[in-house]
Design a protein around this ligand. Structure first.
Ligand code: HEM
Ligand code: HEM
Length: 228
């Protein structure tokens, strides 16, 4: 049925697990602070545990951005400001090419989201709610630093909500233009009428060893924070 289209395997299994795991953990992080947090007995504990998982997912993603599959690498989807501006102009004129990995604007958006998520999760480690919960590194900093980080944790959580809103809005716009990006993040595959602008001729193999190393480091960090 799709024989007239070029099939490209873009997102490997680990990237897809990373993405949907991140969506679940970030949802729990917000749920446990913005609502009563039922049915959890100690929502703030669950909040912190979701945060530890997010830290591991981010560590995995950064390693994978250097040694992972070709479309997941930062080197594949980060473009210079000039190239990004050229892409943006083409997008406005509705002449933009399709991309297998993130397009130039999407690539920078990914970096901003990863930075904001990292700040959010790492700052959380130094917080206390002054009642039940003390983050694992809370005692390493004084009360004033912890208070300031708490203010920034709240501020950055609003930024994160805005970024997530923009992310979903961009995906909706792509869908209206006929690009099925969400399906690709589920199945791993994209179909193109014309070759994508960033089509890679040499794939970088299966990376079993790199995957194992990245997963071990990420899992080690969660375990360490959990039992710290
Ligand atoms: C990406 C992960 C995280 C997200 C999205 C997130 C989000 C939030 C949000 C929305 C609040 C409420 C802010 C407010 O309006 O007052 C909050 C508070 C809090 N978070 Fe996080 N957080 C994350 C990670 C963490 C981690 C890893 C920890 C601890 C290990 C943590 C500890 C806390 C504490 C203790 C509070 C309450 C602070 C207070 O009562 O002043 N958070 N977080
Ligand atoms: C908590 C909310 C979310 C966060 C924090 C988030 C974060 C991210 C991140 C970091 C990436 C980059 C993936 C990578 O290269 O590692 C990404 C890509 C993507 N996300 Fe999300 N996401 C969220 C919600 C969603 C939702 C609700 C959907 C679907 C409806 C979605 C669909 C996608 C798709 C399709 C891509 C690939 C975009 C492309 O092809 O360039 N995300 N997301």
């Amino acid at each position: 049925m799709r024989s007239d289209k070029q099939r490209v395997a873009v997102w490997d299994t680990l990237i897809r697990l990373f993405h949907w795991g991140l969506v679940a953990a970030v949802t729990i992080s917000f749920y446990t602070t913005k609502t009563e947090g039922t049915p959890f007995l100690f929502p703030i504990e669950v909040h912190a545990q979701a945060g530890y998982l997010i830290i591991s997912l981010l560590v995995f993603r950064v390693i994978w951005g250097f040694v992972g599959s070709v479309y997941a690498r930062f080197g594949t989807f980060l473009y210079s400001p000039k190239e990004t501006a050229t892409y943006t102009k083409a997008l406005v004129a509705r002449r933009a090419s399709s991309y297998a990995s993130h397009n130039p604007l999407g690539g920078w958006m990914v970096v901003i989201m990863l930075l904001s998520l990292s700040f959010q999760a790492i700052s959380g480690l130094f917080l206390s709610d002054d009642i039940f919960f003390q983050g694992p590194f809370n005692e390493l900093v004084g009360r004033d630093v912890s208070r300031e980080l708490s203010r920034l944790h709240a501020l950055n959580s609003d930024l994160l909500l805005i970024l997530i809103g923009l992310h979903v809005a961009a995906l909706t716009a792509h869908k209206l233009l006929g690009e099925r990006l969400v399906t690709a993040m589920v199945t791993g595959v994209k179909y193109f009428k014309q070759s994508p602008a960033d089509l890679q001729t040499s794939t970088t193999g299966k990376h079993r060893l790199q995957a194992l190393a990245a997963l071990l480091v990420a899992a080690g960090i969660t375990g360490w924070l959990w039992f710290y």
